[in-house]
Design a binder for this molecule. Sequence first.
Ligand code: HEM
Length: 266
Amino acid sequence: MLLAKSKLKLGCGIAGVYLGSLICSALAASTVLELSESYADPAMPGHTPTQILDDMQANVFDGGRCGDQAREAIRLTFHDGIGQSVSLRASGHFGGGGAGECDRQNATSKVKPSSKDGSIIQFASVELADPANEGLDDIVYALKIFADSHDISYGDMVQFAGAVALSNCPGSPRLEFFAGRPKAIAPAPPRLIPSPSDSVEHILARMEDAGLSPEDTVALLAAHSVAVQKTVDPSVSGMPLDSTPEAFDTQFYLEITVVSDNPRHF
Ligand code: HEM
């Protein structure tokens, strides 16, 4: 586990409080990027956090854009993190690793994961076969190569990439990142990722089973402010989920409450 010295402050806002608790990031009041240059991170050997950040922005996020790869990286934090189930564990089964363990010394997260994770990268051939993960192949394989080249655990990779990706989207909350997740031990159990065809009751029950309240869920859906759909209706692939996909704002909430035939968003 790493000490506070190794954390990256990527700032935060109210939605970041909830995003942070889901993805195992602690909170930062800061709105600026603070990096501890002098600290050689044992979870990221041979590279300073700034070197890793710069490499990621240049080679994964196309120069720091809030584009396809960034949106997929944000979605990936959820699809890796939601792979945990309190009820499965209570019934004696493997309950998934969720977003993995990290240094929670200063965190306010309510989620108490039982193990590792990054299983969506570690066990990509299993988890990407789940139709719920359609559209995530590119980012999973890009991050696998990146993590391997920097000797970063896949659990840390998913959450670090998500925090950086979020910071690339104008208006977004900023997350504080803690490293130190060990390797995933098994693929996430099947059928834990909510589907858009599930009922609200089913989705809320699934989120609750992963440690997230209805309030958490609503706040987390703020991520759809910068989202597009590619797989629900492939005939309009790339259509955004609100009319301002380039900005992390509250427009998604407004537009989801009205029946819309607006051709500019899904
Ligand atoms: C709780 C129930 C949720 C459902 C049913 C849901 C469903 C979806 C669907 C259907 C898409 C479009 C996928 C595609 O066709 O490519 C999508 C995209 C997305 N979702 Fe969610 N989602 C949920 C929660 C979340 C949460 C909690 C986050 C927070 C990280 C999130 C982040 C995203 C992002 C960033 C995208 C855009 C991906 C892209 O543009 O490539 N979603 N979601």
